[in-house]
Design a protein around this ligand. Structure first.
Ligand code: UDX
Length: 449
């Protein structure tokens, strides 16, 4: 069994390495010569835990190879996976399929035998049909089967998600394609992973439905957190109470500053465009998108209010710029909205993130980038947690207090225990939980009273 993976971005590289780990011969293709040379040298262009080991092990075994020569890579394989980017088209939210169709044209030219061409990139419903038409026109001499195999990888745990998925979704329209896809995923039989074989359109839609539903779940708990703050309830416990209902489930009920990343914002926008074209109203997802956009801006107000109504002339020490922990990705990260807004209001912003700073630098001019969390809060008027990296959980709070100009922590990820923070002498503001203020000693409090 041999496959070619077109595109060595996040999805392409993880999938290529994992398929090789399954024992399949994989050739990964990219136009970027430098990237391919780097990969041969073991240089992984993204931060993903475990990926460097996985790549080097499979390169050493000879099962994973890299090339810029697409035509020869696809000539003699059983399946070609397309994993090129499908970014949101500027202005209208449509998925931009330029790279996908360009790759398909090249694949059509290079194929030499009956092959299954599989889209791994997230594509609008109907793209499989368009690819089929493209291949029929370009290569009437050859049997080319189109399939859809959406990925559900989370950044930061992508390898685990690939190796132990909840399910694999495969959209096919021929017996040959079904057989090839089942053979590729056979190693997952041992884990009894459900393999859902569907029509191509259905597979394409499952991906958008999944991401839009998860985005909805997060947005629901985020709005619930706002309500908790007003009525004195604790959102963490509300989420637990909700999640224990087996019909709801506990995951993706963690409140925060709004979802970001490379998938949820892009896929919810694309689903709305697909629905619009199909003349179907999707008011829930529409609300999710606008509530989430508004939430990132509301977080600026939350910080400003905590700082006394204005941050002008103040220094804000920010922990975390990546859209979530264990990734260097900052695409659509709440930080990209919050930081410029604080600067525009006259604050000086210092940031530390274990992996995301290099990616964020071009988007966030004027920031003072720091070497660790303590440097970021040194002399700051407030510490703000934007990403729940583990290193931030273990911060020495006595040291933090001695470095901060005043003991104010605004935690948009609910990393700390409210009582612990009060006991440690902080004024602590988090999401959907009562504000606590341990910054005044008992004597001060008596005097204030
Ligand atoms: C997501 C999907 O989970 C994955 O299946 C798909 O293939 C790609 O998109 P990813 O974007 O890597 O993966 O991260 P994920 O862990 O899903 O988090 C997305 C965003 O939601 C992050 O900004 C995260 O902070 C936020 N989030 C997630 C919450 O605010 N609360 C939660 O409970 C979960």
């Amino acid at each position: 069994m041999g496959i070619a993976m077109i595109g060595t971005g996040y999805v392409g590289l993880v999938s290529a390495a994992c398929f090789a780990e399954f024992g399949i011969d994989v050739v990964a293709v990219d136009k970027d010569q430098k990237k391919i040379e780097g990969l041969w040298d073991g240089k992984i262009p993204i931060y993903e835990p475990g990926l460097d080991d996985l790549v080097s092990r499979n390169v050493a075994s000879g099962r994973l190879t890299f090339t810029t020569d697409l035509a020869s890579a696809v000539a003699d394989v059983d399946a070609v996976f397309i994993a090129v980017g499908t970014p949101s088209r500027r202005g209208d939210g449509h998925a931009d399929l330029t790279f996908l169709f360009a790759a398909a044209e090249e694949i059509a030219k290079g194929l030499k035998k009956e092959t299954v061409v599989v889209t791994k990139s997230t594509v609008p419903v109907g793209t499989g049909a368009k690819l089929k038409a493209l291949f029929a026109q370009a290569r009437p001499d050859l049997k080319i089967h189109v399939a859809s195999n959406p990925e559900f990888l989370r950044e930061g745990s992508a390898i685990e998600d690939f190796m132990r998925p909840d399910r694999v979704v495969v959209g096919v329209e021929s017996e040959h394609a079904r057989q090839v896809m089942e053979k590729i995923y056979r190693p997952l039989n041992l884990l009894k992973t459900p393999i859902l074989v569907t029509e191509i359109e259905t597979a394409e839609l499952i991906k958008y439905a999944t991401n839009s539903f998860l985005a909805t779940k997060i947005t629901f708990i985020n709005e619930m957190a706002d309500l908790c703050e007003k009525v004195g309830a604790d959102v963490q416990t509300v989420a637990r109470g909700l999640g224990l209902d087996g019909r709801i489930g506990p995951k993706f009920l963690h409140p925060g500053p709004g979802y970001g990343g490379s998938c949820f914002p892009k896929d919810t926008a694309a689903l709305l465009r697909i629905a619009e074209e199909a003349n179907v109203s999707m008011r829930i997802v529409e609300s999710v998108v606008s509530v989430n956009d508004g939430r990132k801006r509301n977080m600026v107000r939350k910080i400003t209010q905590a700082c006394g109504g204005s941050v002008r002339g103040q220094t804000i020490g920010i922990l975390g710029v990546a859209f979530k922990p264990n990734t260097d990705d900052v695409r659509d990260s709440p930080a990209l909205v919050i930081v410029p807004a604080l600067q525009a209001e006259g604050a000086t912003v210092k940031i530390y993130d274990p992996e995301g700073m290099d990616m964020a630098k071009p988007d966030l001019p004027g920031v003072e980038w720091c070497n660790d969390a303590y440097e970021a809060i040194d002399g700051a008027d407030a510490m703000v947690v934007l990403t729940e990296w583990n290193v931030f959980r273990g911060i020495d709070m006595d040291r933090a207090k001695s470095l901060l100009r005043r003991p104010l922590v605004i935690d948009l990820r609910n990393v700390y225990d409210t009582q612990d923070m009060a006991n440690a002498g902080f004024r602590y503001i988090s999401i959907g939980r009562n504000e606590v203020d341990g910054s005044m000693s008992n004597r001060d409090k008596d005097q204030a009273a």
